[in-house]
Ligand binder design. Structure first.
Ligand code: ADP
Ligand code: GLC
Length: 469
């Protein structure tokens, strides 16, 4: 099957979170199963458009004329082939040559409407797919453009569409006035179309017009149909439940593998764990913490957003400071969480360390060097970091929600249900108690390391879903 994906980020070119990991690893998994796969993404200023000296994106189409409503652009398309996947970069400096990827720019709706138009241009001229697979709100307009603007266009007859929702919390909602910029039929602006509480919603547009919709874990697919997790779209999703499903993300074990992975100071395996202790020593030193390897070390690598549950950590900070435990955190995002971690580190520098920022190397070294990995998320569509932790023998402590609930069990990690500081404290306490018994702890690590969340099974599910469209 020929599949063209559309998304706003992909490793190894540009990444802010797990979406990029998925776009870097699902496509090659589908290629291994015999599919032909392309991925369309913007050529941001900060995006790498090369893999190494030999694999560099080259122009495949110059000056493609594209329209977003009244706005016209002449866009170059660059391409490289990496792990068998055709990555297409949309080069439109007027929209993408900016300091930030997601800068809350006033023309963001145009920036990402153009991404969909470019994907359809690529589908017309360069890479003609059987399935157009869009990801998140940034690609939300591709399906409505296809089904309305280009409805009578024979080029696209038979083309089927799938939308994957990686995070319902980000919907791409814009003031009503933005609608006039998009070049869509005014008749589409109504509650059964892409109007959402008097705003234009890119994600809603994708949900309404795509042939199928999936999200990134079975539990999250159920949760988003409830008011608690629906971000106002639970009604809509229940209405479309017959085309909604959940497929768990996979892990790219070439990148996330304690035996061979990049950036580690020592490698190790379930059989020979010596390198894990060396990784812990090195991590403590790197973070400026005392070289006390007996004391349990909790790791955090995360976007600092409300979603991730760090207000609960704030709630137990005083208790945590009294425990015989150390904690290292890497992340960036909302200032209040950056400040909270900074304050913790300033208050108890012998226990808490924080790195504010985004750093691939440090993230790998935390996965390798920590004993436990904390994800107290309010909601978590899938979550990849807990799966990386399992493979690294770093026992996850998670809230039982979304993909966290689907991937961590009592034998491999520690879970809590209620979204309260007390419940989080209880789970950490359990983990600290369990850490006291090294034999059982190592057995727990090994059970986690033996779990297999590789993409093969999930990629097959995507294949089955796409074939059924
Ligand atoms: P989300 O996509 O919601 O951020 P996931 O758990 O699916 O959550 O994926 C997060 C990914 O982003 C992981 O690969 C994680 O290592 C990475 N990541 C998050 N924050 C940072 C950071 N500050 N530095 C490096 N990598 C990070
Ligand atoms: C989103 C979600 C995360 C998921 C990732 C990849 O960013 O927050 O849970 O793992 O997308 O699908």
């Amino acid at each position: 099957m020929k599949i063209l994906m559309v998304a706003s980020e992909a490793t190894p070119f540009v990444k802010t979170g797990g979406l990029a990991d998925v776009l870097g690893s699902l496509p090659p998994a589908l290629v291994r199963l015999g599919d032909e796969v392309g991925v369309v993404m913007p050529k941001y200023r900060v995006a790498e458009t090369r893999v190494n000296e030999a694999i560099v994106a080259e122009p495949v189409w110059l000056a493609m004329p594209l329209w977003v409503g009244p706005h016209s652009y002449s866009v170059d398309i660059l391409r490289l082939v990496h792990r068998g996947v055709h990555y297409f970069f949309v080069d439109c400096p007027a929209l993408y040559d900016r300091p930030e990827i997601y800068g809350d720019y006033p023309d963001d709706h145009i920036r990402f409407a153009l991404l969909s138009q470019a994907a359809l241009g690529i589908a017309r001229h360069i890479f003609r797919p059987a399935v157009l697979h869009t990801h998140d709100w940034q690609a939300g307009l591709a399906a409505p453009y296809l089904r309305t603007t280009f409805a009578g266009d024979p080029t696209f007859f038979g083309l089927r569409t799938l939308l994957t929702i990686h995070n319902l919390g980000y919907q791409g909602n814009y003031p009503a006035a933005a609608f006039d910029d998009l070049g869509l039929d005014p008749g589409l602006y109504h509650p059964g179309g892409l109007e959402f509480w008097d705003r234009v919603s890119f994600l809603k547009a994708g949900i309404v017009w795509s042939d199928a919709v999936n999200t990134v874990s079975p539990t999250y697919a159920r949760e988003i149909q409830t008011p608690e997790y629906g971000f106002g779209m639970d009604d809509l999703l229940r209405e479309h439940s017959s085309k909604l499903s959940g497929i768990l993300n996979g892990v790219d074990y070439e990148e996330w593998n304690p035996e061979t992975g990049p950036y580690q100071v020592a490698h190790y395996s379930a059989r020979d764990l010596a390198g894990k202790l060396a990784s812990k020593q090195a991590l403590l030193a790197e973070m400026g913490l005392p070289p006390n390897t007996r004391r349990p070390l909790i790791g955090i690598v995360s976007r600092f957003a409300d979603q991730k549950g760090f207000d609960l950590v704030e709630g137990i900070a005083a208790w945590l400071a009294d425990q015989d435990v150390a904690m290292v955190a890497l992340g960036s995002g909302q200032k209040k969480y950056e400040d909270m971690f900074r304050q913790l580190a300033a208050l108890r520098p012998e226990k808490f360390a924080v790195r504010i920022g985004y750093d691939d190397a440090v993230s790998h070294r935390i996965e390798a060097g920590a004993d436990m990995f904390l994800m107290p998320s309010q909601y978590e569509p899938c979550g990849l970091s807990q799966m990386y932790s399992l493979r690294y023998g770093t026992v996850p402590i998670v809230r039982a929600t979304g993909g966290l609930d689907d991937t961590v069990d009592e034998s491999t990690g520690f879970k809590f249900v209620e979204y309260t500081p007390e419940a989080l404290q209880g789970a950490i306490q359990q983990a600290l108690d369990a850490f006291e018994k090294p034999g059982a702890w190592i057995a727990r690590m090994r059970r986690g390391m033996a779990k297999d969340f590789s993409w093969d099974a999930s990629a097959r599910e995507y294949q089955r879903l796409m074939l059924s469209l």
